[in-house]
Design a protein around this ligand. Sequence first.
Ligand SMILES: [Cu+2]
Length: 147
Amino acid sequence: MFRPLLPVLLLLAPILASCGENATSDIAVNDVWARASVTDTGAAYARIENRGGADDTLIEALSPVAERVEIHDMTMEGMVMKMRKLDALPVEAGETVTLAPGGKHIMLIGLHGPIEEGASVPLTLVFEKAGRIETEAPVRAAGQGGR
Ligand SMILES: [Cu+2]
């Protein structure tokens, strides 16, 4: 079910990606990507920019490729890096929040299939004020930047 979808998703990617830049929205989601995974979990990253004058909050992330999608942060507990689930991720007015390996990320839990380099993963970010922003996350190799 994964493979036949791939060419279609690749064709749609530039169109869908441009939807992230919604003219009516103060929130811009850029540099979206997902880490290739052969296990049942994966991660996606992005740069979220609030160009408006009001604070907003990322309250939910959705993707059809996973059973469950969570917003996570990484923190050091002593000498150990630990992941922690966030109920919401504030993006204050004029601020840019970067989700990147080693920091905040979108966790894809219970993947329905492997996420392969060159594919892309549909990812919807839901904001309190800006609402739903649909994006496509191109998949990059697991080695890039680590986790
Ligand atoms: Cu995580």
